[in-house]
Design a protein around this ligand. Structure first.
Ligand code: AMP
Ligand code: MG
Length: 289
């Protein structure tokens, strides 16, 4: 790897160069049929120094992300879209809080997609999504996304199969259009198992400050675990492309989940080979009186 463009932090560059191949193992290769049972949600094989060191590493990575995000914003050329999907308690909110800790809120936006409003439902399902795609220089994080329209909509039979089954193609075409227009797209599926979800739901029940996050509807969702898995598997198998890859992130361990996502985002930003825009002519002669 070349010398770091931003100076210092050589150790972090080494770490990322080393892990570049490492996190690649979580990328779903286009055309592969995903069986989630074959993906270990407790895996931590790319960082074997434990939780404490893992958290310290994330601190270094968030500094790095902060610098890269400033460069993205200053250069004003590229756009980054990060899509987060995963069952309740998988950690979508946690990723936003921890991985993006310290980035300048001016250049980073979060779009959270809830149950569609009547206005949204009266249009095509991508309408509400498209309005939130990133502008030049921006990072946009989707907390849930257009993928709900082949997930919850499928599992709860909100539209007939013939309607949702056509959507994989629409979504691939939509993302291809975004990619052709200069959007870098990274999609993370936060993979936890049923035992881990049980613990996390229980923790929400036990802590009054977490009750706001608990919805009895989540329990109905849990009852349909197998159907959800089938929907996730088809989503991952049919919509992981070269221009918008899915990563199946082992997420039973929160610190490891954060490391994998942070590393993947940083390496994607580095691949953009960004530069600060050139200074105005004659700046070196400027004297401030
Ligand atoms: P949360 O992310 O926990 O705030 O919950 C948001 C809820 O909105 C989840 O239960 C999602 O399944 C639901 N949701 C998001 N998008 C859609 C959609 N397109 N159709 C139906 N429900 C949705
Ligand atoms: Mg929820």
């Amino acid at each position: 790897m070349d010398a770091p463009p931003l100076g210092g932090k050589q150790n972090i560059y080494d770490y990322i160069a080393e892990r570049r191949c490492g996190v690649e193992r979580y990328r779903v290769k286009p055309g592969v049929q995903v069986k989630l049972a074959e993906w270990d949600p407790s895996d931590y094989s790319e960082f074997d120094e434990g939780k404490k060191k893992g958290k310290a590493k994330l601190d270094e990575l968030t500094d790095q992300l902060e610098e890269l995000q400033e460069l993205l914003y200053a250069e004003g050329k590229h756009k980054l879209l990060v899509v987060l999907q995963g069952t309740d308690t998988a950690g979508k909110d946690g990723v936003i809080r921890h991985v993006f800790d310290g980035v300048n809120p001016q250049g980073v936006k979060v779009a959270s997609f809830k149950v569609p409003t009547p206005q949204e439902l009266s249009r095509d399902y991508l309408w509400r999504i498209h309005q939130h795609t990133p502008a030049r220089g921006e990072i946009v994080i989707f907390n849930r996304s257009h993928y709900e329209d082949v997930l919850v909509v499928r599992v709860h039979e909100l539209v007939p199969q013939e309607v949702w089954s056509r959507r994989y193609e629409h979504i691939n075409a939509f993302e291809k259009m975004l990619a052709d227009e200069g959007v870098t797209i990274l999609k993370f599926f936060l993979h936890i198992d049923m035992d881990e979800q049980k613990e996390r739901l229980q923790a929400r029940l036990d802590d009054p400050t977490k009750h706001w996050k608990f919805s009895t509807g989540d329990l109905a969702e849990r009852k349909r675990w197998d159907e959800c898995v089938a929907a996730y598997e088809e989503m991952l198998s049919r919509t992981s492309t070269d221009y918008a890859p899915w990563y199946v992130v082992p997420s039973n361990r929160k610190w490891y989940r954060n490391l994998v996502i942070s590393t993947t985002i940083i390496q994607a930003l580095e691949d953009l080979e960004m530069d600060f825009p050139p200074a105005e002519e004659g700046l070196d002669e400027v004297v401030i009186e």
